[in-house]
Design a protein around this ligand. Structure first.
Ligand code: ADP
Ligand code: MG
Length: 592
């Protein structure tokens, strides 16, 4: 056989390995969660491919995970009958940083103080496959892909910058398909190789894996065995005559020990259970494990739809901020067809992009198992599903906004407000659902955000419109001269500080039949016109206006007498059909 070939890790892997071996001491047991989740991913991939290529299962129809422990030698083996890896895939997957979770971990690490490395970071993000080295001196991955004739072994030691790959030659280790991972535990971590310890960790970490996980457990059964009865104990009857049988047989119970595979997890997916029977903790745990999140979600919604299209779903609003609203590779929705995981790689097919912060699982019985992106895009069923999912997502968000605890919605708005504003632009059909969820600063509240409903409720009886002014800061908007008159009249004015605020209101156009009116535009009509007096004033000051216009020249379009100020002498207004000053600022900023 050709000798083992040596490979160097990618630089990031070296950095990560160094951290794992030298700095991360807490939460070591997450290694099991990471490795089991990889096994489960590998099984998902195989199950999905086998739908169109049943031959893939010809070497064994079982899709499961088996974990064996050798406590005397401190060895754990994790075997899955999944997709396995070719030689090249071994190099690509286990020599570089593949996982987004791991990349996220490294990024957070870079941002945080080096001193905090041993915090709970690793428990929060996980470091994927390399977490095996949290507890192991040496790791061997023996793997057989259906694409490859041969089985290969990847092997590495904890304190090394390199790994080796060789062909598997040990006949005892040959497997028809899948991956066998062997962990040679560090001296201090050999305790993990106890069968009860592994079983307990699995119950904690892997209750949502949808493939059976078996652990190798010692069992005992009781057996009745016949033994000769001690003759001395044989009693004689009343007349002293010995019984007919001098030596009697007696049965005794003994415990016989043996080892066998024991099913350790419950494989019924949580979304198939009755919502009433699932606790909030279970929903939250499922969420955290499935989406690699460390904070409980802000809200969740578990529902079944029937009728035209049937599917089950659990949706979540995360509590973690999503920075990039243009990021489309979000893997936020996991689609299953008849419990088979199909994909989490969508681009607006199941959820509009502006709702891509919502995470969840969707399981449909009505889609074909070999459904492709193209089919999804065309499918009428998917369009109906999308509509229902969006409606449920809005119900869920509305639920947060109705919560007694105002902080909840504030947190939501802080994290995802800009996504809803984007929705005003991208989803006309759902304006009615989005508008009540928007929040703005107002001239009559201190720093506190208000909803459009709150605005409308406190409108003056004679007030016709919803007034707003845009500015680049709260204080500049609040101190704008335009506000003077409205303040005097007791009209509330929305202060639009975020560049997207104004655009979203312009798109909504109106709310509850009240149109949005920019108080910085020239034709502002507050319903208090006194035409007589205006005429007089215009006449009286026409020369003054001419003189000012002459002095300012091209810098202004017109100089006019206005009735909209109460204490400031003058104000710059935008033309009726032009951009507001704020929009001009925005456009200028964008063209740089
Ligand atoms: P992630 O699972 O997030 O992709 P990991 O570091 O956990 O990142 O794993 C890296 C890659 O190694 C996986 O994406 C997968 O391609 C491969 N891999 C790991 N374990 C297995 C396994 N048991 N079977 C097949 N491939 C695996
Ligand atoms: Mg992984």
């Amino acid at each position: 056989a050709p000798p083992a070939e040596k490979f160097e890790y990618q630089a990031e892997v070296n950095r990560l390995m160094d951290l794992i071996v030298h700095s991360l001491y807490s939460n070591k047991e997450v290694f099991l969660r990471e490795l089991v989740s990889n096994a489960s991913d590998a099984l998902d991939k195989l199950r999905y491919l086998s739908v169109t290529d049943p031959d893939l299962l010809k070497d064994g129809p079982e899709l499961d995970i088996r974990i064996q422990t050798d406590k005397d030698n401190g060895i754990i083996t994790i075997i899955d009958s999944g997709i396995g890896m070719t030689r090249q895939e071994l190099v690509d997957s286990l020599g570089t940083i593949a996982s987004s979770g791991t990349a996220k971990f490294l990024k957070t690490l870079k941002e945080s103080q080096e001193a905090n490395v041993d915090s709970n970071l690793i428990g929060q993000f996980g470091v994927g496959f390399y977490s095996a080295f949290l507890v192991s001196d040496k790791v061997a991955v023996s793997t057989k892909s259906p694409k490859s004739e041969k089985q290969y072994v990847w092997e590495a030691e904890a304190e090394s910058n390199s790994y080796t790959i060789r062909e598997e030659k040990d006949p005892e280790k040959l497997i028809p398909r899948g991956t066998c991972l062997t962990l040679y535990l560090k001296r201090d971590d050999k305790g993990f190789a106890h069968p009860e310890r592994i079983q307990k960790l699995l119950k904690n970490y892997s209750q949502f894996v949808s493939f059976p996980i078996y652990t190798w457990q010692e069992k005992g059964f009781t057996k009745e065995v016949e033994v000769d009865e001690d003759p001395a104990e044989v009693k004689t009857e009343g007349d002293g005559e010995p019984k007919k049988e001098q030596v009697k047989k007696k049965t005794k119970t003994v415990v016989e020990k043996y080892w066998d595979w024991e099913l350790t997890n419950e494989t019924q997916p949580i979304w198939l259970r009755t919502p009433k029977e699932v606790s909030t903790e279970e929903y939250n745990e499922f969420y955290k494990k499935t989406f690699n999140e460390y904070l409980d979600p802000l809200a969740s919604s578990h529902f079944t739809t029937e009728g035209e299209v049937e599917f089950r779903s659990i949706l979540y609003v995360p509590a973690t901020k999503k920075e990039d609203i243009t990021d489309r590779k979000t893997k936020n929705i996991r689609l299953y067809v008849k419990r088979v995981f199909i994909s989490d790689d969508f681009d607006g097919e199941l959820f509009p992009r502006y709702l891509s912060f919502v995470k969840g699982v969707v399981d449909s019985n009505d889609l074909p198992l070999n459904v492709s992106r193209e089919i999804l895009q065309e499918s009428r069923i998917v369009r109906i599903m999308r509509k229902r999912l969006v409606r449920k997502a809005f119900d869920m968000i509305l639920g947060i906004s109705c919560s007694e605890n105002r902080d909840d919605y504030e947190a939501f708005w802080e994290n995802y407000g800009k996504f809803l504003k984007l929705g005003c632009m991208e989803d006309k059909e759902n304006h009615k659902r989005i508008a009540p969820l928007l929040r703005f600063f107002s001239s009559q509240s201190n720093e506190e955000l208000i909803s459009l409903d709150e605005y409308v409720e406190s409108m003056k009886p004679e007030q016709k419109a919803i007034y707003y002014i845009a500015g680049d800061s709260l204080s500049s908007a609040k101190n704008a001269p335009f506000l003077e008159k409205l303040n005097e009249m007791g009209y509330e004015v929305l202060l639009l500080i975020d560049p997207m605020d104004e655009v979203s209101l312009t798109n909504l156009n109106s709310y509850k039949d009240k149109s949005f009116v920019d108080i910085s535009k020239e034709d502002l009509d507050l319903g208090d016109k006194n035409e007589e007096r205006e005429k007089e004033m215009k006449q009286e000051y026409s020369q003054t206006c001419d003189w000012i216009k002459k002095r300012l020249g091209e810098r202004v379009a017109r100089v006019d007498v206005s009735n909209r100020l109460s204490s400031s002498p003058c104000v710059l207004v935008a033309a009726k059909f032009g951009w507001s000053a704020n929009m001009e600022r925005l456009m200028r900023a964008q063209s740089i």
